[in-house]
Design a protein around this ligand. Structure first.
Ligand code: GLA
Length: 364
C-alpha cells in the first residue's frame, strides 16, 4: 500500500511536491490505514553523467534523491522510484538497459525501497530475462527492494513473475480515470481501460497471486475526478477484493472527506490485507449483475455485489457460489455501512445502485 505520482501529476514531479505528499500521507491518516510507500514515477531523471550514473532533474530535485528519501524515511514511510527495462522510459527519459547493476547500487545508496520497472523501448528484449536481470542487480545491491514489474500483461507476467522474484506485476495496460470497458484510442490503437475493462482482465488470474507476489491491476484513480463517488467506492472495493496493491494516485493534500473515507475504510483494507493472501474472483454473472468473492483466513468470505448496469438492481449472493452449503445460516456484515446485518439462510440479497457495490463479509 502506498501512493504514486503518475495518475495525478504525470511528469510534473518535484522534491517539494513529493515531500508535501509524504506529509499528507501521515496527516490524512493514510499512514495509519497502512499506506507506506511514497513512489516517484516517471520523469525524475534527466540524463547520465560522465560515469554513466543516472542523474535526477537538478531543477526539480535540487537536493538530490537521497535527501528526498531521508525525508520520507524520517516520517516512517518508504521510498519508491521508477525506471524502465529498455533504453528509455515511457516518457523518453534514460532507461536502465545496460546499467542495471550500476543503477541498483545507486538506488540502494539513495535508500530506495521499491522499484517500478516499466517496459517501454525494449525492442527485442525478452521480458522474463530482463526482469530476472534487474532482480539480480537489486539483490546484489544488498538492500531489500520491492520489484514492481510493469510489463502491462503482454508476455503474461503472472506465469513467470514470481519465479524471477517480482513482487507484483501489472496484468493490463494503463488504467484510465473512467468507469467503462475497453475502448480503442482516438488514433485507433488498442486500448484505453476503464475500471470495468481492468476487472474483466483479472478473471482467471487469481491462482497466480499470493503473499509476496501479486497481480497488479494498476494504481488507484480514486479521487482524480473522472468518476462519481459511488464509482470510486466500487473501484476501491474491487481492488481490495482482488488483493491488489493499493497505490493511491490522487492529491492527498486536497482530497474531499468522501474520498478520504473511501481510501481509509479499514474494514475494506482488512479484506485486501488478509493474511491468507487469496485474490478474489468473479463467482456469478448475470448480464450486468455480478458477484465477486474472496476467501479470508478465518474461513469467511468477503463478497461484492456489483451492478454494472444503468439502473438500481437487486443482486443476490448465493452461499453455494461462495463454496458454502445452501442450507447453512451465515452472519452478514456490511463493510461500507459498518453494520452487522444479521443471519441469513442460503443467500443475501440487496438493492445495489447503478455502478455501485454492496460489500459484505459472510461468516457461517
Ligand atoms: C507507462 C506505465 C504507467 C506510467 C507511465 C510513465 O505507461 O504503465 O503506469 O508509469 O508509463 O511514463
Amino acid at each position: 500500500m502506498g501512493w504514486n505520482s503518475w495518475n495525478k501529476f504525470a511528469c510534473n514531479v518535484s522534491e517539494d511536491m513529493i515531500k508535501s505528499m509524504a506529509d499528507a500521507v501521515v496527516k490524512s491518516g493514510m499512514k495509519d490505514a497502512g499506506y507506506l510507500y511514497v513512489n516517484i514515477d516517471d520523469c525524475w531523471q534527466v540524463s547520465r553523467d560522465a560515469n554513466s550514473n543516472i542523474v535526477a532533474d537538478p531543477q526539480r530535485f535540487p537536493h538530490g534523491m537521497k535527501a528526498v528519501g531521508d525525508y520520507i524515511h524520517s516520517l516512517g514511510l518508504k521510498f519508491g522510484v521508477y525506471s524502465d527495462a529498455g533504453s528509455k522510459t515511457c516518457a523518453g527519459r534514460p532507461g536502465g538497459l545496460g546499467h542495471e547493476y550500476q543503477d541498483a547500487l545507486q538506488y540502494a545508496a539513495w535508500g530506495i525501497d521499491y522499484l517500478k520497472y516499466d517496459w517501454c523501448n525494449t525492442t527485442t528484449q525478452d521480458a522474463k530475462a530482463s526482469y530476472a536481470n534487474i532482480r539480480a542487480a537489486l539483490d546484489a545491491s544488498g538492500r531489500p527492494i520491492v520489484l514492481s514489474i510493469c510489463e502491462w500483461g503482454t508476455a503474461k507476467p503472472w506465469l513467470w513473475g514470481k519465479e524471477v522474484g517480482g513482487n507484483l506485476w501489472r496484468s493490463t495496460g494503463d488504467i484510465q480515470d473512467r468507469w467503462g470497458g475497453q475502448e480503442k484510442w482516438p488514433d485507433g490503437n488498442c486500448c484505453s481501460n476503464g475500471v470495468m475493462a481492468i476487472i474483466d482482465q483479472q478473471v482467471g488470474l487469481q491462482s497466480y497471486a499470493g503473499p509476496g507476489h501479486w497481480n497488479d491491476p494498476d494504481m488507484l484513480e480514486v479521487g482524480n475526478g473522472g468518476m462519481t463517488d459511488v464509482e470510486y467506492r466500487s473501484h476501491f472495493s474491487l481492488w481490495a477484493l482482488l488483493a491488489a496493491p493499493l497505490i493511491a494516485g490522487n492529491d492527498l493534500r486536497t482530497m474531499r472527506p468522501e474520498i478520504h473515507d473511501i481510501l481509509t475504510n479499514k474494514e475494506v483494507i482488512a479484506v485486501n490485507q488478509d493474511a491468507l493472501g487469496r485474490e478474489g474472483e468473479r463467482v456469478a454473472k448475470n448480464g450486468d449483475l455480478e458477484v465477486w468473492a474472496k476467501q479470508l483466513k478465518d474461513g469467511s468470505r468477503a463478497v461484492i455485489l456489483l451492478n454494472r448496469g444503468a439502473t438500481e438492481q437487486q443482486i443476490s449472493a448465493n452461499w453455494e457460489d461462495l463454496g458454502y452449503p445452501s442450507t447453512v445460516s451465515a452472519s452478514v456484515r456490511d463493510l461500507w455501512l459498518h453494520k452487522d446485518l444479521g443471519k441469513f439462510p442460503g443467500k443475501y440479497s440487496a438493492a445495489v445502485p447503478l455502478h455501485g457495490v454492496v460489500m459484505i463479509t459472510v461468516k457461517p
